[in-house]
Design a protein around this ligand. Structure first.
Ligand SMILES: Nc1ncnc2c1ncn2[C@@H]1O[C@H](COP(=O)(O)OP(=O)(O)OP(=O)(O)O)[C@@H](O)[C@H]1O
Ligand SMILES: [Mg+2]
Length: 387
């Protein structure tokens, strides 16, 4: 006998849906039962038939949702305090098909997934793609802020929200993001370390503290699992990023651009003096405080990078060895790439200036920082003296 049917959906909380060009649908959800909750990721491992691929995204997603709602999660061995991945495989016949609840009333339209459900077998394991939140002891002795105390979140970038805490605005950079890649948690820890090391330094983003919460994947309340780091809080810089300012269709004031060029260069110099490198110098990683001072952000030194902002010699090394990353290079190569990117930044700024004095000057310094031959380039401190 099938188990008593509650409503087919009220106990399921749908989270992220992903697919691959319309194929291989994957749904993350929370299964709530009594006062417990299990995080689950359901994914299929066969390619969908043409007739289903042809349906639009929303139709296909709602069909997959109907199917997921019909799965009887109560009969599966779900794991506690983590994400259980349920991998579905299609067979000619299945001996142990995925348990489906008796959904007799809701089927109005034919559903491809439900129609083959008795041939679908399942495998259960801890989801290898889940976010591995760092534990609290990885936060050194930094101030901590409870995630539940942050209010009024407004998304400003895929990884960053503006939030209110004690009546003030802050920027909250999170580990949880639309596209989480293994390693992102590590990059956030590196960024926290770099920010902690550079506290109090001018023109570098200021760390307020580490954001913590109980395990987001907790199954039972109260939980026995330990607290985790979900991200960090930064001072909020309200005047936008250099990328936004450069995108505005107007010529910029010479004195402001000169100040930003100097402040960014000095911030980079401080990083290098502290034996750190940035490796992602670009206009979106420079923001402005209320007094229009330039502030360098995104300083992990290990996170994402943009190809066209890497020095040509670093690009060559990575082309030859796809497994290498900018962060794995020797310190002097990394410094050289930062300085090259700073030159490119000056050239980008020069384009926004009239052909007058400063425009020409930034152009010439930018050219000298980005010469093809690394030995022919000027140093960062020479560049700063000339601005
Ligand atoms: N402290 C802050 N105050 C105001 N805005 C911020 C702050 N930190 C980040 N932002 C905004 O969020 C954007 C993304 O931030 P950040 O570069 O740290 O994230 P990211 O995911 O590493 O970005 P990417 O990988 O695209 O470089 C910035 O370009 C900026 O617009
Ligand atoms: Mg960035």
């Amino acid at each position: 006998m099938p188990q008593k049917i509650v409503s087919s959906s009220h106990e399921l909380e749908f989270k992220k849906f992903q697919d691959w060009n319309g194929d291989y649908p994957t749904q993350t959800l929370i299964f709530h039962h009594e006062s417990s909750s299990w995080w689950i990721k359901v994914e299929i491992d066969w390619s969908l038939p043409e007739s289903i691929l042809k349906l639009g995204y929303f139709k296909r997603r709602s069909m997959f949702h109907e199917f997921v709602k019909a799965i009887d999660f109560g009969q599966l061995d779900l794991m506690e305090d983590t994400v259980t991945r349920i991998n579905l495989t299609l067979h000619e016949q299945s001996h142990k098909p995925i348990p489906i609840r008796n959904v007799w009333n809701e089927q109005t339209q034919p559903n491809y997934f439900l129609s083959i459900a008795d041939r679908v077998s399942f495998q259960i394991e801890e989801d290898p793609g889940r976010i591995i939140y760092p534990t609290l002891d990885q936060a050194q002795d930094l101030p901590t802020i409870e995630a539940s105390h942050l209010e009024d979140a407004k998304v400003i970038a895929p990884t960053v929200s503006a939030v209110r805490f004690k009546q003030k605005r802050f920027a909250y950079k999170k580990i949880d993001r639309p596209i989480y890649e293994p390693g992102d948690a590590e990059h956030i820890l590196n960024e926290i370390n770099a920010l902690a090391q550079l506290r109090g330094q001018p023109n570098i983003a200021q760390l307020i503290g580490v954001v913590i919460s109980e395990n987001p994947y907790k199954t039972r309340q109260p939980t026995t699992s330990t607290g985790v780091i979900t991200g960090f809080l930064l001072e909020y810089y309200p005047e936008g990023s250099l990328e936004q300012v450069l995108a505005e269709n107007k010529e910029q004031d010479d004195s402001l651009l000169r100040r930003w060029a100097l402040q960014t260069g000095r911030a980079l110099e401080i990083l290098h003096t502290q034996r750190r490198t940035h490796l992602d110098i670009k206009p979106s990683n420079i923001v402005f405080d209320a007094n229009k001072n330039a502030i360098l952000i995104d300083i992990s030194g290990t996170g994402g990078y943009e190809w066209e902002w890497l020095s040509p010699e670093m690009q060559k090394i990575i082309q030859r060895n796809a497994a290498s990353t900018p962060a794995s290079m020797p310190f002097d190569k990394r410094v050289a790439s930062d300085c090259w990117a700073y030159g490119k930044l000056l050239l980008t700024m020069a384009k926004k200036l009239s052909t007058g004095g400063l425009g020409k000057k930034l152009q010439s310094i930018g050219n000298d920082l980005t010469k093809a031959d690394p030995k022919a380039r000027i140093s960062l401190s020479d560049a700063l003296e000339r601005i």
